[in-house]
Design a protein around this ligand. Structure first.
Ligand SMILES: Nc1nc2c(ncn2[C@@H]2O[C@H](COP(=O)(O)OP(=O)(O)OP(=O)(O)O)[C@@H](O)[C@H]2O)c(=O)[nH]1
Length: 413
């Protein structure tokens, strides 16, 4: 015997549990989750930038103010004039890149290229922050302005919500770009010691920090996935429970409880709209004898076949076919007159005849037959809903009394 395949959600649930149980988390999920996780992270990174872009401008402004207050007395620049020009140029370059970056991040059509333009903008800023200071005459100004690199790398690694390899790519490519630029420009005064200290060490610390951040993000993703799966399963179960509470176990028709609820609802609706509401009660003829001759199992099959015909005649959207009890069934037909309900009842009897289920114990025919009673009325506040049920039931009783295998319409019609 082949082992039964677990449902898809169960397999996914187990995979998520396994991944969460791992003590060392690899920075890659199975393909089915990885794609969704990446999209998630990208969206979050974009949201972070859109919500916090002002921090970048604040950072640039603080750097300008720090330099201004350190190199001015009473608002007059005390450093070299060339340094002032260079500092202003550097500030303008950095702010231009920030403006371009913010404009790109705010444009939804550029979302697909988020990582590409982030890399490009970061590289440009890192270049400006390392190359310009190398040309400052003042030693202290040179050192202090290079600190900016650390701030930018801190943002890339710590705040931007980028994945580890994305941040590391920006950090280390930035290093490479600076080395290239220094060589191409033949910069003699470039301070390699400071470069290693600021750039390389910050990158190392950033990589460690970002590993921790990405692992946390991945765990959060898995946990929310687990909750989602549990919620979906609970919803399915509660839907199934509601269905079971309304359904007859043997025939799959509505059960009596559900019929009662719907009947009262339709009664009220018909009363408000001033429309007729009809019931067709039906009962299998000599069913006790059927069970005696053919056995209970065959009896069950016959009831299922009768139920199928009931389902097939209850075709309008508001119609409901229900098992009222034992071998008794009912059709609830909103907005239907006695004549209309009679037609449906006749169709029902003909449909069951057409099934030609052999019935050796019947005194009416050689096959299974039913009797039906029909009633319809326009509900009124002065009439109890049970009245309609009584009328249809009396009509069914009359059909039995008059010889079975027929429809009788209520005397109130
Ligand atoms: N196989 C089976 N039999 C059922 C089920 N529910 C009720 N019955 C049987 O249906 C029979 C109903 O018998 P009666 O109420 O005497 O009615 P009848 O024999 O159909 O006679 P008339 O209705 O007067 O034609 C009983 O024997 C019940 O046991 C069911 O779910 N499965």
């Amino acid at each position: 015997m082949s082992a039964e395949k677990p449902p898809a959600w169960e397999a996914e649930y187990d995979t998520v549990r396994d991944l969460l149980g791992q003590s060392f988390m690899r920075l890659r999920f199975p393909a089915s989750f990885e794609k969704e996780f990446r999209q998630n992270m990208n969206t979050r990174a974009l949201e972070t930038v859109r919500e916090n872009y002002w921090m970048l401008f604040l950072l640039a402004l603080s750097a300008v103010l720090i330099i201004y207050f350190q190199y001015t007395v009473g608002g007059v620049w005390i450093g070299a004039v060339e340094d002032l020009r260079l500092a202003v140029l550097m500030g303008l370059c950095i702010i231009s890149v920030l403006v371009i970056f913010t404009a790109l991040a705010k444009s939804p059509s550029m979302d697909r290229h988020f990582f590409s333009y982030t890399v490009a903008c970061c590289l440009l800023m890192l270049l400006f922050m390392t190359i310009f200071p190398a040309y400052f005459r003042d030693e202290v100004l040179r050192q202090r302005s290079t600190y900016l690199v650390i701030y930018l790398l801190m943002i890339v690694y710590g705040v931007a919500n980028l994945r580890l390899h994305q941040s590391a790519f920006i950090g280390f490519t930035g290093m490479g770009a600076v080395v290239l630029a220094v060589n191409v420009l033949g910069m003699q005064r470039f301070d390699w010691g400071m470069f290693m200290q600021f750039f390389f060490l910050t990158n190392l610390v950033g990589v460690g920090n970002n590993y921790v951040v990405e692992v946390r993000e991945r765990r959060l993703f898995l946990q929310s996935r687990l909750l989602d799966l549990e919620k979906r399963q609970l919803n399915k179960l509660s839907e199934r429970l509601v269905q079971l509470a309304r359904e007859d176990g043997l025939t799959g028709l509505a059960n009596r409880r559900h019929f009662n609820d719907r009947f009262l609802m339709e009664w009220e609706r018909a009363r408000r709209d001033g429309k007729p509401l009809a019931l067709v009660f039906s009962d299998v003829d000599h069913f006790k004898a059927f069970n005696d001759k053919h056995g209970h199992l065959e009896g069950d099959r016959a009831l299922i076949a009768v139920a199928d015909v009931l389902k097939s005649v209850a075709t309008r959207p508001g119609d409901l076919a229900a098992r009222y009890g034992g071998e008794e069934f009912v059709l609830l037909l909103p907005n239907t007159t006695c004549d209309g309900a009679m037609e449906v009842a006749r169709e029902l009897i003909a449909g069951i005849d057409a099934k030609a289920i052999a019935h050796r114990g019947s005194k009416v025919a050689k096959h299974v037959t039913i009797s039906a009673g029909v009633a319809s009325m326009v509900p009124d506040v002065h009439i109890a809903p049970a009245k309609l049920i009584d009328l249809a039931d009396e009509a069914l009783y009359a059909a039995k009394h008059e010889g079975r295998h027929r429809v009788v319409v209520s005397t109130a019609c």
